[in-house]
Ligand binder design. Structure first.
Ligand SMILES: C[S@@+](CC[C@H](N)C(=O)[O-])C[C@H]1O[C@@H](n2cnc3c(N)ncnc32)[C@H](O)[C@@H]1O
Length: 227
């Protein structure tokens, strides 16, 4: 068995502004990125199956918040689904929100989705406002990860479910891809280990915490829990 070193958190200062600058610039060509094939698309597939599972257990109309929504691809998939869902996407990069809004308009999804330019640490919604919260491939940009998971817990309605997906850095391939290559390319990011993520969820008072791993070359994991 390969032993990988524990993750080293980067200095918090500048982490958010660096992410914002990168994604403001990336927004226009994000949907054409090669990472869509290797990482983002498999994450949407995993999220859609988790939403299907939640809806099979709770057959009723529901509201879903997608945090770090990027160009709103997940929101679009949900809007095309047969589920009675209303989606709010939030993103720190204004250009991402603008692109997501344009895409939703072009696809006639406006009645089911909307996008808000906001920071994951300060979400402008009431306690218990959402039945599901999803967050994919965004969490490693957050300097105060526990604060964000606690904020998610605040926003979940009773029996609500949280699904956070990020790179799985606890194996040799994942360590190399996320802690070495992506940390170098993106600079100042922090992929939480499974144990760290579990502790964040536990500290936020979430229940039935479990995880799903997927993908080989860009290994990722979903951490799932209920309020
Ligand atoms: C790699 S993209 C993922 C987008 C989408 N979830 C997906 O899977 O395609 C990461 C997104 O997180 C957003 N982000 C980074 N830091 C954020 C923060 N503090 N609050 C909200 N969104 C943030 C970025 O602007 C970017 O759109």
């Amino acid at each position: 068995m390969t032993v990988v070193p524990p993750p080293i958190p980067p200095p918090h200062a500048k982490m958010k502004s660096r992410a914002k600058d990168q994604f403001e610039a990336w927004a226009g060509h994000y949907d054409r990125s090669i990472l869509n094939h290797f990482l983002f698309h498999p994450s949407y597939v995993t999220l859609m199956s988790e939403v299907a599972r939640w809806h099979a257990e709770n057959r009723r109309p529901f509201t879903l918040l997608d945090v770090g929504c990027g160009t709103g691809t997940l929101a679009g998939l949900l809007a095309d689904s047969p589920w009675p869902v209303h989606v709010v996407g939030i993103d720190y990069a204004a250009n991402m929100c603008a692109n997501a809004t344009d895409k939703a308009s072009a696809n006639n999804h406006d009645h089911r989705v909307r996008f808000v330019n906001a920071d994951s640490e300060h979400l402008p919604f009431a306690d218990g406002a959402f039945d599901m919260i999803t967050c994919s491939n965004s969490f490693h940009h957050y300097p105060h990860q526990q604060t964000v998971v606690t904020e998610f817990g605040r926003l979940l309605a009773p029996e609500g479910r949280l699904v956070v997906i990020d790179g799985f850095r606890d194996c040799a391939i994942g360590w190399f891809v996320f802690d070495v290559v992506i940390a170098h390319v993106e600079g100042g990011v922090h992929h939480a280990s499974w144990q760290q993520m579990h502790t964040y969820f536990e500290t936020a008072g979430l229940k039935s915490i479990h995880r799903r791993k997927f993908n080989f070359l860009f290994p990722a994991f979903a951490t799932i829990a209920d309020r």
